[in-house]
Design a protein around this ligand. Structure first.
Ligand code: ZN
Ligand code: FE
Length: 748
């Protein structure tokens, strides 16, 4: 902000000064009323790229008589709001310099300016000044220093300013950590990639494992070494034209691809794409991104247009971001390492987004988006711990919710360590000391157990209520609404696993007004990895012999599941929509085992022939004041279609359409009963674009106001924000008693 403000003040001939305080900016201005007015208009309507003005407070001051406008060093004052700037992709001006043979930064991999480059990933403390970043170990050369001090330079007050003379350098090492002498490591790496080698490359938030995406053998080798058999791999394409050869894009999607964050965007694959099937087997969509660091741009040439760029980790573990660590943990995965000496402080995966109904929807909030800041009228000193899968945490401070990046699954110990370290770092950056710790109701979650060991006030929020509250917080919804939460797994208050829920409620409370009918599942978390177990359980509940239907599964295994359900051994009740999708996928697409999260459901969506409008019969009962949607008629319809040889593409879409019809029907009944017209859609199942779009369209046509998560992930990545929002509202409604432990303090 400061250089931008300096230039604006100069333009309107104002005297005064500007300083960073926390991450707020304090400006003193002297000049005519008219010019100050013009300055403020400029500030509000044309903030600098990546700048976000949440509020401006204007106060009169005594006249000092400044003879010029100047930038002051950052103050240590801590009583102002701190915002942590996210990392930004290389800007077009820097890209021009990178490609200009006559420019001193020609092909320099760390070129950046005031509006682009690493931020959150390298910041040790606020305010954002060079001394507080990992760039502090590089001393600016005379020419960089003069740019830094020149108000007319693009790099005026660019904290990370550097050039080939004074900045970070790349080096190439082999898998034993031995440095290879190379005049130009990037040229060498390009050659290695063309030969089918796998290279670990250090980027903004950590290492990527990289190979030539057109080389099927290399892609398969990468899968084998990463122990990732099917999960789709992200592709980096040389430019937007290269993207258009492999995927179809809308204008909005192109904007997002080329935006400030350069996330992975999920796009519809082209049938004639030159990429091998092995990149995203069985899927209609592909995650694609554009080069976002100068180094990435240098990797491409006419012979290398597409790279697989997947997180540098072994499946299930956190992304590697420290050099020694990467060399140790990835030595069996990568043939070579392209490393550099700019230290990364916080690990950040690539963000993943999609465009739904013309709007960007974040699925994985990480590089460029994190920490995500949302204004929330709440001052409770809350930290929310998020869920077990797709972990994140959220801190409330001075009217804002700061949500961390995606931190992986907390079933892995290294991930837990990373999660806690990132949390401690964020507390330091925001200078906050939370007094209320909010967690999920699931007793087995790492975060729940961590919370139970803290001396803060504790508060448990039901998982699906947190999903709904996240959506409400993001859209600023207060009061009561109808929440439709379709999810994989979440602990209910009755001991069952919920996930096909209809809530009536606000941010602070809810009633369960309806749900999908319970089915008894067997085998704990193993059902998630083995969708056939879901199918066997649903069919058993209907009294149908699944042996002829799940024909790829051992009959003795099916028998074992049936017997254990009969004797109620290791069983649980489930209303989970995620498990219903698993069940249908096992029956229709024969996906009996999943090697990654939601594989069965994603594949089921992928085969759907979206031109079909038919749907199966279903029923909705009223049971103990709740609406209950049954699954029996739907499954019978599917089995009948299977028997008559209908293709999976037809059955899949018909099933999707049925879920939509039943959902809309149920919501209409709730509107009649409760008189509510605002709907929140949330939960991981809504990552299914077809389902989300169809329900959205159906509800809108019936006059509902429909909201869904866009900034905070609709999956469990958004849980921490929802927990924080729910807790903040509860604290507002009851007097918060410091020092009191347990949720009894909040009983109203
Ligand atoms: Zn730049
Ligand atoms: Fe969830």
């Amino acid at each position: 902000m400061r250089p931008f403000i300096f230039k604006a003040a100069d333009r309107f001939k104002l005297g005064g000064r500007v300083s960073n305080q926390g991450s707020a900016v304090v400006i003193e201005l002297e000049g005519s009323k008219k010019c100050i007015g013009q300055f403020l208009t400029e500030l509000l309507h044309n903030p600098p790229p990546g700048g976000r003005i949440c509020s401006i407070r204007v106060r009169p001051r005594c006249y000092i008589g400044y003879d010029k406008f100047s930038i002051l060093d950052s103050s240590e004052s801590s009583d102002l709001q701190g915002f942590i700037p996210p990392d930004a992709a290389i800007c077009s001006e820097c890209l021009k310099e990178l490609q200009d043979r006559k420019n001193p930064r020609y092909s320099y991999a760390f070129t950046n300016c005031t509006c682009c480059g690493p931020r959150y990933s390298i910041i040790k403390a606020l305010p954002y000044d060079r001394v507080n970043t990992t760039m502090s170990s590089f001393i600016m050369c005379d020419s960089c220093r003069s740019e830094y001090e020149n108000p007319n330079s693009r790099r005026f007050h660019a904290q990370t300013n550097c050039c080939p003379e004074c900045g970070p350098q790349l080096s190439l090492v082999d898998s034993r950590g031995i440095k290879l002498e190379s005049a130009n490591p990037i040229d060498t790496v390009r050659g290695l990639l063309c030969q089918g080698k796998l290279v670990a490359i250090k980027g903004i938030g950590g290492y990527h494992l990289v190979c030539n995406a057109l080389d099927d053998k290399a892609v398969k080798l990468l899968r084998q070494r990463k122990r990732r058999p099917d999960r789709p791999l992200a592709v980096m394409a040389a430019g937007i034209n290269a993207v258009k050869l492999i995927c179809t894009t809308t204008l909005r999607e192109e904007e997002v691809l080329e935006g400030r964050q350069h996330p992975i965007v999920l796009l519809e694959k082209r049938p004639c794409s030159p990429l091998p099937y092995s990149i995203a087997p069985g899927l209609s969509r592909l995650g694609v991104m554009l080069p976002y660091t100068p180094m990435h741009h240098l990797l491409f040439d006419d012979n290398l247009k597409y790279l697989v760029m997947t997180s540098g980790n072994i499946s299930g573990m956190p992304i590697c971001y420290k050099n020694e660590d990467a060399l140790e943990r990835l030595k069996d995965a990568a043939d070579y390492f392209l490393i550099h000496n700019r230290e990364i402080l916080v690990p950040l995966d690539d963000s993943v987004v999609r465009v739904v109904d013309g709007k960007e929807m974040v699925s994985r909030c990480a590089r460029g988006y994190a920490p995500a800041v949302l204004g929330m009228k709440a001052d409770a000193p809350v930290i929310a711990m998020g869920a077990e899968q797709k972990a994140s945490f959220c801190m409330l401070q001075k009217g804002y919710a700061h949500t961390s990046q995606y931190l992986g699954n907390l079933e892995d110990m290294d991930t837990c360590t990373e999660y806690l370290q990132t949390m401690e770092r964020m507390k330091v950056l925001l200078q906050t000391n939370p007094k209320i710790i909010v967690h999920d109701m699931h007793p087995g979650y790492f975060s729940t157990q961590y919370a139970s060991r803290q001396s803060c006030t504790r508060l448990a929020i039901q998982h699906h209520h947190a999903h709904m509250a996240a959506c409400m917080a993001e859209h600023g919804l207060a009061g009561e609404i109808i929440g439709v939460i379709y999810d994989g797994t979440g602990a209910g208050t009755d001991g069952a696993v919920w996930g096909g829920e209809f809530f009536i409620g606000s941010r602070s409370r809810y009633i369960r007004a309806g749900h999908w009918k319970y089915v008894t599942l067997q085998g704990g978390d193993s059902v998630i990895k083995e969708p056939w177990k879901c199918a066997a359980a649903y069919l058993y509940a209907m009294g149908i012999d699944s042996r002829g239907i799940l024909n790829s599964v051992d009959a003795s295994k099916i028998k074992l599941v049936e017997d254990t359900i009969k004797h109620n051994i290791n069983c649980f009740k489930s209303s989970s929509m995620g498990r219903f999708f698993d069940c249908v996928s096992a029956i229709v697409t024969k996906r009996t085992r999943a090697t990654y999260d939601s594989q069965a459901a994603i594949e089921l969506e992928s085969v759907a022939d979206t031109s079909v409008l038919e749907y199966y019969n279903y029923y909705i009962h009223e049971k103990e004041d709740k609406l209950e949607i049954g699954y029996e008629k739907i499954l019978s319809g599917i089995l009948k279609d299977l028997k008559t040889g209908k293709p999976a593409s037809y059955i899949s879409v018909k099933y999707h359409n049925t879920v939509c019809e039943a959902t809309i029907d149920c919501v209409c009944r709730l509107r009649a009963q409760y008189g509510l017209n605002d709907i929140a859609l949330s939960g991981g199942v809504f990552e299914n674009t077809y389902l989300l779009t169809a329900i959205l369209k159906g509800l809108k046509s019936k006059g509902f106001n429909v909201y869904w998560n866009m900034q905070a992930p609709i999956n469990d990545g958004g849980i921490s924000l929802g927990q924080a929002a729910a807790a903040a509202e509860m604290v507002k409604e009851v007097a918060y008693v410091p020092g009191c432990t347990g949720k009894d303090c909040f009983n109203t």
